[in-house]
Write a protein that binds this ligand. Sequence first.
Ligand SMILES: [Zn+2]
Ligand SMILES: [Zn+2]
Length: 452
Amino acid sequence: MPRTLATLLLAMTASVPAAAAFHVQDSVQDSVQDSVQDSVQDSPQDATAPRWLRGNTHTHTLWSDGDAPPETVIAWYVDHGYEFLVLSDHNLLQKGDRWFDVAEGGRLTPAKVEAVAERFGEAFPELREQDGRTQMRLRRLDELQAMFDRPDEFALIPGEEVTGSFRLAQIHVNALNVDETIDPIRAESVQATIQANLDAIAAWGRAKGRPVLAHLNHPNFRKSLGYRQLAEMRGERFFEVYNGHRSVENERVGDRPSTEEMWDLALVARLHGGAGDGELLYGLATDDAHDHYETDAVSVPGRGWVMVRCDAVDPDEIVRAMRRGDFHASSGVGLEDVRIEDGRLVVDIDTDEGVAYRTEFIGAVRSEDGEAPVAEVLASTEADPAVYRFTGKELYVRARVTSSRPHPRPYAKGDLEMAWTQPVRPPGTGDDDTPRSDTPPTIDPEPSESDR
Ligand SMILES: [Zn+2]
Ligand SMILES: [Zn+2]
């Protein structure tokens, strides 16, 4: 029988008694444990196969402009087989005491509080009356990690969406594995603002001796950024090629390139033209979820994610693997392996029966006259594994796999499930896909001392 908020209020005081808290902890861990075990049983792992961890690095909660308490958000990802999650609220970490109004028609309704009580135990929601209003305390990052982190099964990676702007350009950069607030910086231009924020995140990581990662978000959101901005990034080289929020315009609009076309334009500018630091640029898929109670809304969980090749469910190790480029972006297609072998790029697809998979190898081939090449589809196949043989003349090659299965929670009507591998250079041509280092090599501004 559903409980009303009034009975919830009667049943508890503002602070949870120690015994009740202990019981809540157990029941939360039990339910997390149950769902993790279910997902393991559903997909048994071959002991010799590479281990791929599924994670989303871009999610919002009630701490900023999401519509759900953080525990509700995290539980969805745990239930759906993710091994890691970043709560990337705007310009803050989930720290300190934060009480949120519970109100019909508000962002936190009595029904949402009841759902928390149902999932985590009646004593779990901490409620109080304040100036005639009912409020619930939002759980802090440290409490959420204690609730959900499980060795080798799930890690909540601290993070923030560093949210700034320059004039009309929205400049949002996600900071992963950062557990203090990094304030957005505005510099003298769009490019300088992007770079200053990337550098501030990298500097924080260096100051703390901790691997961190900064990714530039949704470049087409409000027509903010062009491929030149991606091309000119230095030190950090990660961006969202797919963001599940329906207002970010991943797709081509008029003569404005899609985010995927921007990726190729930026890659050619970097690798041929020497833009930025001349390094490969890596693409992520993310949810940017704000709407956690619906399956078809502006930004719901489960639209896009990354698969990271990593043996340990550990924030530092996951970030290191991503810094190496050892991950792919997905909106539904899983890959068993991506490797360079005997002069070929081999993509092993995790296929399902009755589903077709088309793999396109996209890249740019150096021209004889030294002109900037144009990216194109170099080869296409429906085979598994999909194999591309390098000629050695490519600047880079990346693979895009499109399945015949419709996305169950599409960004746009008719979207099919897809995967995007990271670009690689032909073997034996300089750096190929070997990372330079695990830690960001940028020039630092003064590291911020305070956590404001
Ligand atoms: Zn954003
Ligand atoms: Zn966001």
